[in-house]
Design a protein around this ligand. Sequence first.
Ligand code: KG4
Ligand code: ZN
Length: 368
Amino acid sequence: MQGSDQLIRVLGIETSCDETAASVVAFEPGKEPRILSSSVLSQIEEHAAFGGVVPEIAARAHVEALDGIVEAALEDSGVSLADIDAVAATAGPGLVGGLIVGLMTAKAVAAAAGKPLIAINHLEGHALTARLTDGLDFPYLLLLVSGGHTQIVLVRGVGDYQRWATTIDDALGEAFDKTAKMLALPYPGGPNVEKAAATGDATRFVFPRPMKGSAQPDFSFSGLKTAVRQAATAVAPLSDQDVADICASFQAAVTDTLGDRVQRALSRFRTEFPDVSAPAVVVAGGVAANRQIRARLEALCSKNGFSFVAPPMALCTDNAAMIAWAGIERLRAGLAEPDAFDFVPRSRWPLDSVSAPVVGSGRRGAKA
Ligand code: KG4
Ligand code: ZN
């Protein structure tokens, strides 16, 4: 292994949900980090017929694709396995079948090449991406809004995270996907709900704003889902305009509730870190693509004097460059697991081991 004052190149592997990904990232002191390659294979088509990710299908698809994706990432990077310093793989949280495929492959590659293995928490990958793309300094806030997670996390340092809010039931992306399914819009639901909402009347249905104004900092979306179902049932059969109006009203409700929760976190950050002169909020996850949500977050940040950092979409959604980068950050911080070859994949693995879990289960893995 090379010391922290030298060039570090890490191969990253990501298989926690429905993307099979591998990437090589390089870091050299005094220079900007470089993504030498990033291969991502989405399984959206395999899952579309089911309206959501099917764990067994995902695991099989990872088995079939991962070898080729790793090979492509190495080839595109121009770095041979012999010149890689370490292999970093997502070891949780996520769908356990996919995690096993990724971590076992990483162990095999690392063992065969005589390289160290680093087990990475997927959420840490998202949390540190803004340092890869924007060189952000600690501390900052992360808003992660994907199909599996909805969290606000204080990022204080490598391996030093504090979860300030999480969902007590569905993830936000999941709420978009379930709304789409109820309205017979295609999977993945988020982009289709957003598209339909563009021609809808957001005031026609008054949906609840779950947790808005609550002293508890968390999120909740399942009551909203029930309200959408009731509205859809009441006006069925649904015309295109009905669908558009429900989508617009739903989007307005989630934007309001998200804005309220984020405002709370911004105020808390100001109180806890009065000396941070350039505070920042980083967004990650597929829902961050939603224009209305993004506009609300940008407005909130600007009102509160925070900069709004949105890495390029390909690095906001699941990818392996963030895993390779988290590996580099851990190596540099001296925090790489010494015994990662013994690491067992964890479907639940909170980033913050101190904050108590708020809620348990879900098909898509850890939520809280
Ligand atoms: O981060 P991501 O690509 O994958 C994981 O969940 O790991 O996020 C996918 C989620 C899906 O639930 C999808 O419906 C949602 O992000 N999404 C959106 C939009 N684009 C993707 N939700 C709302 N508006 C969008 N434009
Ligand atoms: Zn993710």
